[in-house]
Each structure stands twice: as structure tokens, then as C-alpha cells.
Design a protein around this ligand. Structure first.
Ligand SMILES: Cc1cc2nc3c(=O)[nH]c(=O)nc-3n(C[C@H](O)[C@H](O)[C@H](O)COP(=O)(O)OP(=O)(O)OC[C@H]3O[C@@H](n4cnc5c(N)ncnc54)[C@H](O)[C@@H]3O)c2cc1C
Length: 512
């Protein structure tokens, strides 16, 4: 999972210290493979399918009058709650289907470390990213002197790539790429700089949006139009679109593809990372919001009348405004007057957390925070113990990421559910074995999470098209808030959507 917006030049600036390091194991005795335990840990599709199949739900046990109901306790829903509290409004609840809030920023914990299930980093926010900076200040990440606290900035080595049988620093292929590729890297970077200078690539994305032909072609087409055909550059761009959108470059809007590289100010430091990934941010928000959370409360129906009824099996809420922060595609399953969500599609993903009883043997090199294997269909793994200040780390937890980018999302969602745990275990071990021949001696446990509707897919036409805009602006008493409204699945968009929805709700209540 390469971090967003890291320009090629930044990686190359570090080439003076780049060492090409052999991962070959010399003279290691063959040891017995460990028995690997584990399981598939998710079950949220069971809830979702109850909605999809229009199953019967038990009648709510009680009635409750609450002016603002937030449905969905992911980053968008929590950010809506955060904003309401900031504005002095306390009459709300957050209904979360799962036993714990967090959504795609959930985390887990075992005897070795906490670890993320999905979202795992926050880039250093741009200078004008006022909401993210406000939160960072509140969390003590952004200090009074304007610097980010050292202990939360990703330590070195940050990223490495396994290519041609060895590790190199940085994820952009450098090893054996040749002069022509280097020239193409330079031209690509120049084009990205020019794109950034137009001011249309911002975070949040709404701030800079203007008509652009870039949304009508794919990232692949854009590369070809610019005669950028180096297989190494194309691999890198494809890696970026798989990483951020779960899409191949040929399926991604060029606007979204360029946003990945152009929307961030150049920043030498960062990203911000934690053992539990963005669960660190969730935990902070929960310090204020815990009393407002209603866990295990799936909204199965919304009725819009004199008041708005929000039905869960626990309670029948009577609200004046509902913030729908659950994924937007679910709204038509619970509310008859829902807008058309046509065109909003999602990439399926799966992730795996590996418990390592010892680290694989490596010569002269050590795991970076983010570790990627060239020519692998996966996105590599991040290391939960990376920020540890201990001088010797022997055990660890690695989070392995896989976006099902090839093929249709519907077909892939079927496969996601059909495959058993042993399939995922074998896949992960086989993949990692390319770079870590002794991985089977190290891993004792692999848990797997499947996320069927993980990320909104910014396909060509989606970002600047009328359909997305209409959906994002839809509603009066019921306002959508999920990050999927942006088409870019990142914390900042979830926060922006949540905050915007909270402001809309307060206006509706005549409070703002
Ligand atoms: C594998 C992966 C890796 C990622 N990595 C990063 C990263 O490193 N950095 C980053 O910034 N972003 C990352 N993201 C993007 C991440 O999705 C966003 O950062 C953010 O967490 C999305 O929040 P959200 O609230 O919009 O949606 P969600 O996280 O989807 O939250 C929706 C919530 O609604 C709940 N819900 C659903 N239906 C109902 C219902 N009927 N009633 C009540 N509740 C319901 C769900 O249980 C969930 O808690 C990643 C995403 C994935 C899938």
C-alpha cells in the first residue's frame, strides 16, 4: 500500500542511499513448516444480505425521539458526530450495524500488537486542509510549532520493492530499468506537476473540481496519449490505481489516477502511521462519541413522514434529520424514496493479518513499513510493529492487502464468499514466499477479512459526471455522507462528507 501522492522524484532523491540488497538466504538449514491457525473473521455480508433479500426483521423493542440520527459508524458517521459536538449539538445517536464502530478503519489486537484491517495511514495534510489539521491538532499529532509529532511519522525505511530477486528502497522500480524508463519517469513527473498547478486536484476533491476532459479517458489511455509506455512506469501507475481504488489503470478515470499523484503538497516527512492503522483516529473520536454510539444496530428501514422513522431491531427512532453515513448503495434497500445510485460501483477487497513468531531471515535488509512485490497480484504488506522503539523486534503482525481488480466486481464478490480460509492462507503464503523463502517457518496465524463493497470505483466519467454530483447533493431530511460520494476512498473524503452532512442537518433543524 504505497502512500498517496509520493512523487517519483521524492523516491529518487533517496537513491544516493539506495542499496540493492539480496534477499537470498545463505546456508540456512531447512526447517519444518509451522502449522498455521486462523479463520475468516468477517460476517457483515450476512447483515447486508438480509437487506438485499428483503428478509423480515423483528419489530423494534422501543420508541425513541432523537432529532438527528446518524446511520453508520465508519469515519464518515464518526466525523458527522465530531462536527455536531463541535457545534454544541448533542441530541443525536450513531447507529452502527457491527458490534464495534470503525467500518473500513477497524482494527484488531493479539498478543504481539494491534493491527489494521483496512485503512492504515494518513498522509500529512496539505496546509489548507483545515478540517484534517483541526483533528490532527486535537489529537496531538500536529504540534503548536507547526510540526507533526515525530513518533507518529513513519520511521525509515518506509517502503521497499522486491524486484529481480532482491529488495530495493522505494516502490518505484529503479533496479535495472534503463535510460528510457528514467526519461519517462521524468516526463511523467513533469506532467503531474503541470496537472497539480491547474489547482483542480485537491483534498477534499470538491474544493478544486472544474470541468476536465481527464475524467472521460482512462489512466491507461492518458499514459498512451503521452507516449508513456515503459512497462516499469505502467506497473507503478497500475499499482497506484489498484492500491487506492481497487482498479486497474485501464478501468480508472485519468482524473482519479492523476489525483493520486497530484493532490498532495510535496512533503519530505510522513505519512502518519500507527500499529492499529487508522483505528488510532477512530479511538480518538470514540473518546468523545462513545456515549452516542448504538452498536449492533442495523438500520433496516427508513420512513419519511411528519417525522422520519429509522427502524432497527432495538429501537424505532423518530428523527428530524437522518445522516446516512453507511455505504450509499444500501440506501435504496432501506428507503423507498432513495435516489438513483446507478453507476456507483464498488471494488471487492480482502486483507489478511499474519502473526509472525519470528521475522523471515534477510541479508543486510529489514522490513520497511510498506513492502511490495513486483509482479505480484497483491499490494504487499504493512508491518504493525514498524513504529516500535524497541531495539530488537522478533515477532510481528503483517497486514496483507489484495484488491480484486481483474474481472467484474459482481463475479469477484461471489468468489470472495465461495473461497474457504485454506484458499486465502495458501495464496498469501505462496505470494510472500517469492520474497521470503522461509515465511512458512515464521507464520503461526492468518486471519482473513473479506470486504465485498470496499471502495467506490472512480471509473471514467464517474467523478465529474452529473450522476455523482446529483447523489452527493441529494436529500433534505435524509442526507447521505459516506466517502463513496466522492468516488475517492480516503479518510479525508469520509471526514469531509461527514462534516458537510452534519452542517446540512443543523441547517435543517434551523441551527446554522
Ligand atoms: C482495504 C482498504 C484499505 C484502505 N486504506 C486506507 C488508508 O490507508 N488510508 C485512508 O485514508 N483510507 C483507506 N481506505 C479507505 C477507507 O474506506 C476510508 O478511509 C474510510 O474509513 C471510509 O469511511 P466511511 O465512513 O465513508 O465508510 P465505511 O468505513 O464503509 O463505514 C460505513 C459504516 O456503516 C456501517 N453500516 C453499513 N450498513 C449499515 C446499516 N444498515 N445500519 C447501520 N450501520 C451500517 C458499517 O458497518 C460501517 O461501519 C481503505 C479502504 C480499504 C477497503
Amino acid at each position: 500500500m504505497a502512500h498517496r501522492g509520493r512523487p517519483l522524484s521524492q523516491a529518487r532523491n533517496s537513491s544516493s542511499r539506495r542499496r540493492f540488497l539480496s534477499a537470498a538466504l545463505i546456508g540456512l538449514p531447512a526447517k519444518a513448516e509451522r502449522k498455521v491457525a486462523g479463520r475468516i473473521v468477517d460476517d457483515s455480508h450476512l447483515f447486508g444480505h438480509r437487506l438485499r433479500d428483503r428478509q423480515k426483521f423483528a419489530a423494534p423493542k422501543r420508541e425513541a425521539k432523537v432529532p438527528v440520527v446518524i446511520a453508520g459508524g465508519g469515519m464518515a458517521g464518526l466525523s458527522a458526530g465530531w462536527r455536531l459536538l463541535k457545534r454544541g449539538f448533542r441530541d443525536f445517536v450513531i447507529l452502527e450495524m457491527e458490534t464495534e464502530p470503525g467500518g473500513n478503519s477497524r482494527w484488531g489486537k493479539n498478543e504481539i500488537s494491534e493491527y489494521p484491517w483496512a485503512a492504515h495511514y494518513l498522509p500529512i495534510p496539505n496546509r489548507n486542509a483545515s478540517l484534517v489539521r483541526e483533528l490532527c491538532r486535537e489529537m496531538g499529532l500536529l504540534q503548536e510549532d507547526g510540526h507533526f509529532a515525530e513518533r507518529h511519522l513513519c520511521h525509515s525505511p518506509q517502503e521497499r520493492l522486491f524486484i529481480h530477486g532482491r529488495w530495493q528502497d522505494g516502490i518505484e522500480p529503479e533496479s535495472g530499468v534503463g535510460k528510457e524508463t528514467r526519461e519517462q519517469y521524468r516526463r511523467f513527473e513533469e506532467l503531474i506537476r503541470e496537472a497539480a498547478a491547474t489547482g483542480q486536484f485537491t483534498v477534499p476533491m470538491e474544493d478544486g473540481l472544474k470541468p476536465s476532459a481527464l475524467d472521460s479517458v482512462s489512466m491507461d489511455q492518458w499514459l498512451r496519449q503521452n507516449r508513456l509506455d515503459s512497462p516499469f512506469l505502467r506497473w507503478y501507475v497500475n499499482y497506484a490505481t489498484r492500491d487506492d481504488y481497487g482498479l486497474l489503470a485501464g478501468q480508472t478515470s485519468a482524473w482519479a489516477g492523476i489525483h493520486y499523484f497530484a493532490a498532495r503538497e510535496h512533503e519530505d516527512r510522513g505519512p502518519l502511521v500507527w500499529p492499529e492503522g487508522n483505528g488510532f483516529i477512530v479511538k480518538h473520536l470514540l473518546k468523545q462519541l462513545r456515549p452516542y454510539i448504538r452498536p449492533s444496530s442495523m438500520v433496516f428501514r427508513i420512513e419519511d413522514g411528519r417525522t422520519i422513522r429509522v427502524l432497527t431491531e432495538q429501537a424505532d427512532y423518530r428523527a428530524q434529520c437522518v445522516i446516512w453515513a453507511a455505504p450509499t448503495f444500501l440506501l435504496p434497500y432501506v428507503f423507498e424514496g432513495a435516489p438513483d445510485t446507478g453507476g456507483l460501483t464498488y471494488s471487492p477487497w480482502w486483507t489478511a493479518n499474519l502473526t509472525l513468531q519470528r521475522l523471515p531471515k534477510e541479508q543486510y535488509t529489514q522490513p520497511a513499513w510498506d513492502n511490495v512485490i513486483y509482479d505480484s497480484p497483491s499490494l504487499g504488506y504493512v508491518v504493525a510493529t514498524h513504529q516500535s522503539l524497541r531495539t530488537h523486534i522478533d515477532k510481528s503482525v503483517w497486514t496483507y492487502y489484495f484488491a480484486m481488480a481483474e474481472g467484474s466486481p459482481e463475479q469477484n464478490r461471489k468468489l470472495l464468499l465461495e473461497r474457504d480460509w485454506a484458499y486465502y492462507r495458501d495464496f498469501v503464503l505462496r505470494d510472500l514466499e517469492r520474497a521470503h523463502p522461509d515465511i512458512r517457518e515464521c507464520v503461526s496465524h492468518i486471519d482473513v477479512m473479506r470486504i465485498g463493497h470496499a471502495m467506490a470505483r472512480p471509473t471514467p466519467g464517474r467523478i465529474l459526471g452529473e450522476a455523482r454530483r446529483r447523489l452527493a447533493d441529494w436529500g433534505a431530511g435524509i442526507v447521505p455522507a459516506n466517502s463513496d460520494l466522492s468516488g475517492l476512498s480516503i479518510f479525508e473524503e469520509a471526514q469531509y462528507r461527514g462534516v458537510r452532512a452534519a452542517d446540512r442537518a443543523l441547517r435543517r433543524l434551523g441551527k446554522g
